[in-house]
Design a protein around this ligand. Structure first.
Ligand code: G6P
Length: 639
C-alpha cells in the first residue's frame, strides 16, 4: 500500500473524535478512476473543504492513496506529483465540526491489514466503546483520531473472522455485521484491495446515491458529483447497503433482505452546475433568479379559478379546507423564508401560522391542533435539524409536507407530499435563488388556501397577474448590481451593518444580515425597524451603517420615522425603497436604491436581491472566498 500524504499540519487542538458532513464519491468501471473521483470531489467541495483524499486499487491489488488537509486543489497537486492509477476507487472531501484538520484525519481510512479502505460521512457515536473492544482484541494500530478509522478496523476485524470463498459476499457480510454494532449515522463507501471491481456502500442518516452507467457505476453523497457521467440515479434509503460492480448493483437491507429500488432521472445536467462566465456561483445564482422564480410557479397558476394548483401536496380540497393551523420550520435562510411565509399565509389565507427553528421544534412540545399542517423547508432536503423536525412531526401524527429543491432528497422522500422549488442546483454556500423560490411557493400556498376561504376571485386574479410579471421585475432589480457594487466600494471599511425592515420585509432584514455575515464575516444584525428604539439604537455610530428596507408600502411612513431616529444619531443610512419613496427619503438617507413596484406581499422577493448583491460585492471587495466561506457548509447533515 502506498500512502502519500500532504505536508500541511494544522495547529488546532486535537480532539478525540470528528463529526463529518462531507462528500463521498466512488467509481467502479473500465475508465481511470482518479480523474472521475477528483472531478466528483470538486463538484462536492461546496459541502466540505477542510481536507480530501482518494484511494484507488492499482493493477497489483494495492491501494494508491493520496490524502491531505486543504482544498481539492491541494489534493489534485499531490496527485499530479504522484499519479494514482486504477479502475476502482473511493474518495472524500471533509468538513469537520469537531476535531483537528490534518492529513492523518483525512479520509479514506484503513483497517489494520491496510487492505480495506473506507470513507464516511456522519458520526459513530459509540466509536470509543468499539475502539476499546478492538484494542482488547489486539488491534492497536490506529493512525488517526477519527471514528471512521474505528469503523474501518471493525469491518477488517470481522472480515478476517468470516470464512468463504466468495470474497464479495464476505466483504458485504463484514460491512453489514460491523454496521449492526454502530450507533450513529453514516454514509459509507468501502473497498477491499483483493476484491476486484467491487464497492460496498451503506447509509443511515447521511445521503448516498448510485449513478448507473454503461459498464461503470458510481456512488456519491450528492448526485451533482456524478451527473456529468450519468443521469440515472438510485437513492439509497436508511439501513440499506449496495454492492456495486461495473455492470451491476444489488441493494439489500441491513438484515440481508433484497431491497427494492427505483431509477430516477436527474433533472439537471452537468452544464447546469458550471459557473459559465460568472466569477462565482453565488453571482450566477443571484442572476438566475428571473428564471428560478418563473420555474417555481410554472404550471402552478390557474387563471380560470384564480388560484394555485399544487398537486404535490397530495391533499384533497376538503382536507385543505380543514386546516386550522400551519407550522413552518427550517434552518438558516429557509427559516427566514418561513418567517415571510407566516406573513404571507396569514395575510392571504388568514390561517394562524407559526414559524419554528427546526432545531427547536424537534425537541419541544409544541401544542398542536389535530388539523395542523407542517411544512419542512429545505433547499438541500438533507439538513439534519429540518429532517429531525419532519420526523418528529410525522411521528406525532401531523401531516408534514416538504418544500425542497433537491429532488429525491431525504426530506422530499420522507414527507407526506410537498412542493419542489425547481430552482436548479445551488452551489454557492450562501443560499440565494432557493430563498426567492421558497417565497414564491409560500405565496402560492397562501393563494391556494386563501381562495378556499375568504380571498375573492378579483384578489386572486390580481395576485396571479403580479406573479406573472414578477420575473421581469426581478430582472429589472438585477440591473442595480453596478450601483450596489459602487455602494460596496463606498462602505468597504465599515465595522458592520444593521438591517431594518417592517412587516413582510422584517425577515428580509434578517436574511440580509445573514448573507453579509456568511460571506463577508462582518458583524450584522437584522431587526424589525421599530425595535430600533428598544436597545439597538445604542449601537448607532458613524462606522455602522443602517440599511432600511422601506418600500413605498403600507408601513412606509413608520419606517421613515425610524430612519429619522438613526439620522438624528448620525448613523449612515442606506434605504431600499420603491415608487415615490425616493422623493420622501431625499436629504434623509445617505444612499437611496429604488426598486420596481410590486404588491406589498411580493416585495420581499425583490428587496432581498440588492442585499444578496451587497453581501456579494462587499465580500469580493474584501477578498473573501465567496463560494466557500470559512467555517460554513452548504448542507449541514449533523445536528
Ligand atoms: C446551512 C447553509 C445555509 C442554509 C441552511 C439550511 O447552514 O449554510 O445557507 O440556509 O444550511 O439549508 P437547507 O438546505 O435546509 O435549506
Amino acid at each position: 500500500m502506498s500512502i502519500y500524504i500532504g505536508t500541511h499540519l494544522a495547529t488546532e487542538e486535537s480532539r478525540p473524535y470528528n463529526f463529518h458532513m462531507c462528500g463521498i464519491v466512488g467509481y467502479v468501471g473500465r475508465a481511470e478512476a482518479t480523474p472521475i473521483l477528483l472531478e466528483g470531489l470538486r463538484r462536492l467541495e461546496y459541502r466540505g473543504y477542510d481536507s480530501a483524499g482518494i484511494a484507488v486499487v492499482n493493477g497489483e491489488h494495492q491501494f494508491e492513496t493520496r490524502k491531505c488537509a486543504g482544498r481539492i486543489a491541494s489534493l489534485a497537486k499531490l496527485i499530479a506529483r504522484k499519479p494514482a492509477s486504477g479502475h476502482v476507487g473511493i474518495s472524500h472531501t471533509r468538513w469537520a465540526t469537531h476535531g483537528k484538520v490534518n492529513d492523518e484525519n483525512a479520509h479514506p481510512h484503513f483497517d489494520a491489514s491496510g487492505k480495506i479502505a473506507l470513507v464516511h460521512n456522519g458520526v459513530i457515536e459509540n466509536y470509543q466503546a468499539l475502539k476499546e473492544q478492538l484494542i482488547q482484541n489486539g488491534d492497536t494500530d490506529f493512525r488517526s483520531d477519527t471514528d471512521t478509522e474505528v469503523l474501518a478496523h471493525l469491518v477488517g476485524n470481522i472480515y478476517e473472522q468470516l470464512d468463504g470463498k466468495d470474497s464479495k459476499a464476505r466483504l458485504m457480510n463484514a460491512v453489514r455485521a460491523a454496521l449492526k454494532q454502530v450507533i450513529g449515522t453514516y454514509g459509507i463507501a468501502v473497498v477491499h484491495a483483493n476484491v476486484p471491481d467491487f464497492i460496498v456502500g451503506a447509509r443511515r442518516g447521511s445521503p448516498l446515491v448510485l449513478g448507473i452507467g454503461r459498464d461503470e457505476n458510481f456512488l456519491a453523497s450528492d448526485v451533482s458529483a456524478i451527473v456529468a457521467y450519468t443521469r440515472d440515479a438510485v437513492y439509497l434509503n436508511d439501513f440499506e447497503l449496495v454492492a456495486l460492480e461495473p455492470d451491476k448493483f444489488e441493494i439489500s437491507s441491513l438484515d440481508g433482505a433484497a431491497g427494492q429500488h427505483a431509477v430516477s432521472r436527474v433533472e439537471f445536467t452537468a452544464e447546469d452546475i458550471k459557473k459559465g462566465d460568472y466569477p462565482h456561483y453565488m453571482l450566477k445564482e443571484i442572476f438566475e433568479q428571473p428564471f428560478s422564480v418563473r420555474d417555481a410557479m410554472r404550471g402552478r397558476l390557474s387563471f380560470e379559478d384564480c388560484t394555485a394548483k399544487l398537486g404535490g401536496l397530495n391533499m384533497t380540497p376538503a382536507e385543505l379546507r380543514k386546516i386550522t393551523r400551519i407550522v413552518l420550520t427550517g434552518c438558516g435562510t429557509a427559516f427566514h423564508a418561513a418567517m415571510v411565509g407566516e406573513y404571507l399565509i396569514e395575510h392571504l389565507a388568514s390561517i394562524p401560522t407559526e414559524v419554528e427553528y427546526a432545531s427547536e421544534f424537534r425537541h419541544r412540545n409544541t401544542p398542536m391542533t389535530p388539523d395542523t399542517l407542517v411544512f419542512a423547508i429545505s433547499q438541500s432536503g438533507e439538513t439534519a435539524d429540518t429532517l429531525g423536525a419532519l420526523r418528529e412531526s410525522r411521528q406525532k401524527g401531523y401531516r408534514t409536507l416538504g418544500i425542497c429543491n433537491n429532488v429525491a432528497s431525504t426530506i422530499a422522500r420522507e414527507s407526506d407530499g410537498g412542493v419542489y422549488m425547481h430552482a436548479g442546483p445551488e452551489i454557492g454556500v450562501a443560499a440565494t435563488k432557493s430563498f426567492t423560490s421558497q417565497l414564491v411557493i409560500l405565496t402560492l400556498i397562501g393563494l391556494l388556501l386563501g381562495r378556499m376561504r375568504h380571498l375573492s376571485t378579483a384578489e386572486g386574479a390580481q395576485l396571479i397577474e403580479a406573479l406573472e410579471n414578477l420575473p421581469d421585475k426581478v430582472q429589472e432589480t438585477l440591473k442595480l448590481s453596478d450601483r450596489i457594487k459602487t455602494l460596496a466600494k463606498k462602505y468597504v471599511d465599515v465595522s458592520g451593518v444593521l438591517f431594518f425592515g417592517r412587516q413582510f420585509n422584517f425577515p428580509i432584514a434578517m436574511e440580509g444580515a445573514l448573507k453579509l455575515k456568511e460571506i463577508t464575516y462582518l458583524y450584522a444584525e437584522g431587526h424589525p425597524s421599530a425595535e430600533l428604539k428598544h436597545g439597538i439604537i445604542a449601537l448607532i455610530r458613524p462606522d455602522l451603517p443602517s440599511i432600511f428596507i422601506a418600500p413605498e408600502d403600507a408601513v412606509f411612513s413608520k419606517n421613515l420615522n425610524n430612519i429619522e431616529q438613526v439620522k438624528a444619531r448620525k448613523g449612515p443610512i442606506i434605504a431600499l425603497t420603491s415608487g415615490n419613496g425616493a422623493g420622501r427619503l431625499k436629504g434623509i438617507a445617505n444612499d437611496i436604491v429604488t426598486l420596481p413596484s410590486v404588491p406589498d406581499c411580493l416585495m420581499p422577493i425583490l428587496t432581498v436581491i440588492p442585499l444578496q448583491l451587497l453581501a456579494y460585492h462587499l465580500a469580493v471587495e474584501l477578498g473573501r472566498d465567496v463560494d466557500k466561506p470559512r467555517n460554513l457548509a452548504k448542507s449541514v447533515t449533523v445536528e
